[in-house]
Design a protein around this ligand. Structure first.
Ligand code: R5P
Length: 256
């Protein structure tokens, strides 16, 4: 378990930069990931780990690429329906181990109609993870009806940790320190919808400053006009401790 976690959160800095390219599991050919292999080829060398599905891993990732895998193992819904929270487990532990996953990721939907199912699925997955030494990343998914404030996200993150998740992924919000401080396991943030590069850089900086161990960013990297510059800039915040102003300066240089 600790060895796998070290592939995720780099022991040298205690931080992590995950590249999230799992969006197709419910969104299909997401903008920027129409050909996921191309995005991965371009960006993987700057990421500590890749978060993706087994279909993308098997079909487009070179098995000789030595990058830890955070395998998405929940799903079963699509953007065509309103009940996105109605997910189930979609990958067996045997297949995840065969694919040499370093971590398994599952979404939870606290406050939704599927709250109970998603939370008990998390608990079951944590049992299997304990058995085989595989850490579990709980993704605190936020539906349209759910607030993205510190009160709600603290609740969701804390429940995920209490049920056994080794790492929790959530969204950045005002008073993010409250979310981190009330969660006994490392917290990483998702980037969310594509925003201006400067704002995404600030988001990453604020999250790290507030105590996040890292970012699991997708659209704000692969949907940028300058994806390599973006991932390298975010990396400088995560692993080199650059401020948002320093990182913005670096982005301008890299972009140039
Ligand atoms: C969303 O369901 C996926 O788990 C994504 O991996 C996650 O939202 C992070 O990607 P983004 O930075 O694009 O929000």
């Amino acid at each position: 378990m600790r060895n796998r976690l070290a592939g995720l959160i780099r022991p040298e800095t205690g931080r992590c930069l995950m590249l999230a390219v799992d969006h197709g599991y419910f969104q299909g050919p997401t903008t920027g990931l129409e050909r996921p292999g191309e995005a991965i080829e371009l960006l993987a060398e700057y990421a500590d780990s890749l978060m993706l599905t087994r279909g993308v891993l098997r079909n487009v990732v070179d098995p000789q690429r030595r990058v830890p895998i955070v395998l998405r193992v929940s799903g079963g819904t699509s953007i065509l329906r309103d009940d996105l929270s109605n997910e189930d487990l979609t990958v067996s532990m045997e297949d995840a181990l065969r694919l040499n996953a370093s971590c398994l990721a599952i979404s939870i939907f606290v406050g939704s109609a599927s709250e109970r199912t998603s939370l008990t699925n998390l608990a079951k997955l944590c049992d299997r993870g304990q058995k085989y030494g595989v850490p579990i990343l709980a993704v605190t998914a936020v539906g349209r009806e759910m607030a993205r404030d510190a009160r709600y996200l603290s609740l969701a993150c804390r429940i995920a940790a209490e049920l056994g998740a080794q790492v929790v992924k959530t969204y950045y919000c005002e008073e993010f320190e409250k979310v981190v401080n009330s969660c006994p396991v490392p917290v990483v943030i998702a980037g969310g919808k594509k925003i201006e590069e400067r704002a995404a850089i600030e988001l990453a900086y604020r999250a790290i400053s507030a105590g996040a161990v890292g970012v699991d960013m997708g659209r704000n990297i692969f949907q940028s006009k300058w994806p390599v510059s973006m991932i390298r800039t975010v990396r400088s915040i995560v692993h080199e401790g650059k401020s948002d102003a320093e990182a913005w300066e670096l982005f301008q240089e890299l972009k140039g």
